[in-house]
Ligand binder design. Sequence first.
Ligand SMILES: Nc1ncnc2c1ncn2[C@@H]1O[C@H](COP(=O)(O)OP(=O)(O)OP(=O)(O)O)[C@@H](O)[C@H]1O
Length: 254
Amino acid sequence: MIRFDRVVKRYGDHVVLRELDFTVAPGEFVTLIGPSGSGKTTILRLLMTLERIDGGKISVDGECLTHMTRGGREVPADEKHQRAVRKRIGMVFQQFNLFPNMRVLQNLTEAPIRTLGLSKEEAESRARELLEMVGLSDKADAHPTQLSGGQQQRVAIARALAMRPDVLLLDEVTSALDPELVAGVLALLKEIASTTDITILCVTHEMEFARNVSDRVLMFDQGQIVEDAPPAKLFSEPEHSRTQEFLRAVLERA
Ligand SMILES: Nc1ncnc2c1ncn2[C@@H]1O[C@H](COP(=O)(O)OP(=O)(O)OP(=O)(O)O)[C@@H](O)[C@H]1O
């Protein structure tokens, strides 16, 4: 479960998010769509604590990510508190971000050993299961540079799952892939969405994917949600003029 409660984010005078409220229920798959610069990636970066908020609160599974209690008072969360809550969250990036000098298996075991305290055997056994799930059992000993972009992205997805996250963030995960590799990665994400109870928040420009997989789609414009609806409704009968314009522009580009 993710909860944004009147969240404000500014860069200088530029207000990127204005008192933004939304929740993602446990196990729900929610997709964020909207024009470039509307604040979608900022939302994911706030959840990863890569940025600090300027107002409001964010919580994950009932634990406040942005604040903590000290001496009976609520104060901004420190690094340690943020790290503890952030442990529940995994993220897959556009550019894979694998460790280039580690083999595939080690990419999947490093963080579980270091931050979850798993033994090497436990971490490797889990990593091999995940590699099988993403169809890359035979690549455990390869280096990331020996893999295609699609394979690297599947490793990155497996690496995020190796941390057993409650929440998974997907940031335009197919944008850097050659077109012929996109379908395989999207099929994998669809499988994860239907076979696990992970809460997923996804930013994508793949409208067909958003329509097929999401439970809900949030249309963003200028840091605010202008429409929040199930995909069948939002894509077929968008109510807001900004959603209608955005979808028309996307269709024209396709
Ligand atoms: N580090 C930064 N410093 C200043 N402005 C920033 C910074 N990061 C983002 N912004 C601005 O915040 C706004 C929202 O950016 P964000 O990346 O969240 O948009 P987005 O909806 O994800 O766009 P896209 O679809 O192009 O990825 C943009 O106007 C952007 O220029």
